[in-house]
Design a protein around this ligand. Structure first.
Ligand SMILES: C[S@@+](CC[C@H](N)C(=O)[O-])C[C@H]1O[C@@H](n2cnc3c(N)ncnc32)[C@H](O)[C@@H]1O
Length: 246
């Protein structure tokens, strides 16, 4: 697990550093051109820096998050901050959006983007999804975009979300899941993991883990096939899933 996490961190640190030197943009959940970007945010609001969108997401988690003014929102694996800034515009000055990421270079980049965009209701904290630097029962909405597939211990990730959410709070997560029989050698390949496919669980198993963590009213409002990678007997989907803490 630690090998996988350090490979993931290495990949995203490289992407952040490349962006910081404004050399070129990344493509997708991976730095490699073979993986195509999965999300088109369209034109960003003027105050959201273009550098906040590294093309690393696999859905638009904010679209299904039912965000409201004054809420406290937490974005897991916030990268350069794109979803944090979009959420911050909705929760407004009475609200707060916290981004957590385990890669120091990503946190640095996101903080720089927050200053560039003039966002005062955001915080970026260095930390892990499996041990969130966030108090119990303190968050109204958890967001995450293309991150949970990268986390080796997904049960732990959903247990942490449950811990920090207020009763009645909810999550909106965009992620990659699989269907069919993904070959074991691909699942164990660190490059596939860091590219968001190796660690993508079968959709049914993913939803079962969420249910077993205690969440209710679990729904998948968006589901879309990923064109590539795909084998004869397997493939991947981009889904957005929502669920509530009772
Ligand atoms: C595919 S990128 C997505 C970034 C962002 N959500 C977006 O849509 O642009 C994955 C991000 O999650 C972070 N990450 C991966 N595993 C993590 C973990 N276990 N804890 C915290 N952050 C993690 C990486 O550092 C990276 O910034």
């Amino acid at each position: 697990m630690e090998d996988i996490k350090s490979e993931v961190q290495k990949r995203y640190a490289e992407i952040a550093r490349r962006q910081s030197s404004s050399c070129c943009s990344s493509s997708c959940c991976g730095a490699d051109a073979q993986w195509a970007p999965l999300v088109d945010y369209g034109e960003l609001p003027a105050d959201v820096p273009a550098e906040a969108n590294l093309g690393l997401g696999c859905g638009i988690s904010t679209r299904y998050a039912d965000l409201r003014p004054g809420q406290t929102v937490l974005d897991l694996g916030s990268g350069a901050g794109i979803d944090v800034f979009l959420a911050a515009r909705v929760v407004g000055p009475e609200g707060l959006v916290i981004g957590v990421d385990m890669t120091p270079d990503m946190i640095k980049l996101a903080r720089r983007n927050a200053i560039a965009g003039g966002f005062r209701n955001v915080q970026f904290r260095l930390g892990e999804v499996e041990a969130l630097p966030v108090a119990d029962n303190s968050v109204d909405v958890v967001l995450s975009n293309c991150v949970i597939n990268l986390v080796p211990d997904k049960r732990r990730a959903f247990a942490e979300m449950y811990r920090v959410l207020t009763p009645g709070g909810h999550f909106s997560i965009s992620d990659i899941v699989s269907f069919g029989e993904v070959p074991a050698e691909l699942r164990q390949d660190p490059d596939w993991w860091a590219s968001c496919y190796g660690g993508a669980l079968d959709e049914k198993e993913y939803l079962r883990i969420i249910e077993e963590a205690g969440f209710v009213q679990i729904e998948v409002p968006h589901r879309e096939a990923v064109a590539y990678p795909r084998g004869e007997n397997y493939g991947f989907l981009s889904i957005t899933v929502v669920g509530y803490k009772p």
